[in-house]
Write a protein that binds this ligand. Structure first.
Ligand code: CS2
Ligand code: MG
Length: 405
């Protein structure tokens, strides 16, 4: 028997970076956690949850996950958007966590049970110059990764998002009260990166899946040219090759290349991607559980994608919390058309604040068999790391105008 909701609290903490966590408690003391982190806009979701959602939850039957989703989505009148959908996603995941804990089952069992034994994952290799990048790829291979996203520096640019000259890992948002600014040059990128990726393929041979992320920065024509230029690299996917709003752009890309395309880390609902899926303009849909309305809504996105042989491959950067990674792995284990899970990895402190049952082995992840999602929040430790303003960088072209992200 699942009891009614007695409490809904929001915890904002910053163990190396900011995370927003929703904690729902039932009258009989079962606790469910959901991740509501929206990188660089964290407090907007925290307020949405605290001020507008929590009061609606108190007294509701915690077992009615879909009905609660419908209430928050349809009932608000104002639909979609990253803030709304991240808030709904956190409630949804927390309620699945409660259902699993009450029934004594990991969530993947409640989604129909495992359709695979483990979930393939990929992580990021960065190197400013080719030798550093190859070293990074080799090191990840040694750790067991079977799929690696390769990003490099660009001659003539001082900085490139996600790639440090000193080969250290990257933090998607720098702690500061204003967004740091970078210069971007698509022509330099187009001249340099196809050749570099060809070198990476030559180095690794056939046994490793390679991915590459263009971070929405190319025009349709540039994207088509780039996708054709990297055809022989045999990428597992080319990610975010154009901004996600201009979806017809992908027809041009498709017309010039069979390089697989992945888009979706900025999507927050099925309405952002249904045309891309129905017209088969993408091969992988990358919406994250936390940003796209939770497990319930991701199930619908993946079900539609399955009809069109598009596969799920959720966003998994360090700016979604381990609760989202855990939730995503339950979905991955139980969803036939799930391809791969991004796993950027976390600072060990983040692992202490969010102790989890999921594990990495041999290039694959598994959510574990703890009841519910299997990721908790250590509130005492979290309280030691209060929110600190942090923002993603802004990219400008050489003439000073802001470019697409
Ligand atoms: C990236 C992210 O993981 C990815 O594929 O695109 O680093 C992304 O830029 C950040 O999550 C934005 O918050
Ligand atoms: Mg990306």
């Amino acid at each position: 028997m699942i009891d009614h909701i007695a409490g809904a609290e929001v915890v904002v903490c910053s163990p190396t970076r900011n995370y927003v966590t929703l904690k729902i408690t039932t009258a009989d003391g079962v606790v469910g956690y959901g991740d509501a982190t929206l990188n660089g806009r964290e407090l907007a979701v925290a307020s949405y949850l605290r001020d507008h959602v929590a009061p609606l939850l108190i007294g509701r039957d915690a077992s009615r996950i879909e009905d609660t989703w419908q209430l928050l989505y349809r009932g608000a009148y104002w639909r979609r958007g990253p803030v709304t959908m991240a808030a709904i996603g956190a409630v949804d995941v927390a309620l699945w966590d409660i259902k699993g804990k009450t029934l004594g089952q990991p969530v993947y069992q409640l989604l129909g049970g495992a359709v695979r034994d483990r979930v393939l994952t990929y992580t990021h290799a960065m190197g400013w110059e080719l030798p550093a990048l190859l070293d990074a790829v080799d090191a990840l291979r040694e750790r067991g990764f079977r799929a690696v996203r390769a990003q490099s520096g660009i001659p003539g640019l001082d900085t490139v998002y996600g790639v440090h000259r000193d080969c250290s890992g990257y933090e998607p948002a720098a702690r500061s009260t204003a967004a740091p600014e970078e210069v971007w040059d698509s022509s330099a990128y187009l001249r340099h990166v196809p050749g570099l990726l060809a070198e990476v393929r030559r180095h690794v041979g056939e046994g490793l899946e390679l991915l590459h992320d263009t971070h929405h920065r190319l025009t349709p024509q540039q994207a088509a040219r780039f996708a054709a230029a990297v055809e022989a690299v045999d990428l597992f996917w080319l990610e975010d090759v154009t901004p996600a709003e201009n979806q017809d752009a992908l027809r041009l890309v498709r017309g010039h290349s069979t390089t697989p395309l992945a888009i979706g880390e900025v999507f927050n609902s099925i309405w952002d991607c249904h045309r891309l899926i129905e017209h088969q303009l993408i091969d992988f849909v990358r919406a994250a559980v936390s940003h796209a309305g939770g497990i319930s809504h991701m199930r619908k996105i993946h079900a539609l994608a399955d009809v069109h042989q598009v596969r799920g491959a959720p966003h998994g950067p360090s700016d979604v919390s381990p609760i989202t990674l855990g939730a995503s792995l339950h979905v991955g284990l139980a969803t036939p058309n799930f391809a791969i899970q991004e796993y950027m990895g976390y600072d060990p402190l983040v692992g202490d604040v969010f102790p989890g049952a999921w594990s990495f082995d041999d290039g694959y992840l598994h959510p574990g068999d703890a009841p519910g999602i299997g990721v908790a929040l250590n509130e005492e430790l979290a309280a030691k790391y209060p929110y600190e303003p942090a923002y993603l960088p802004v990219a400008r072209q050489r003439d000073g105008s802001i470019t697409d992200w």
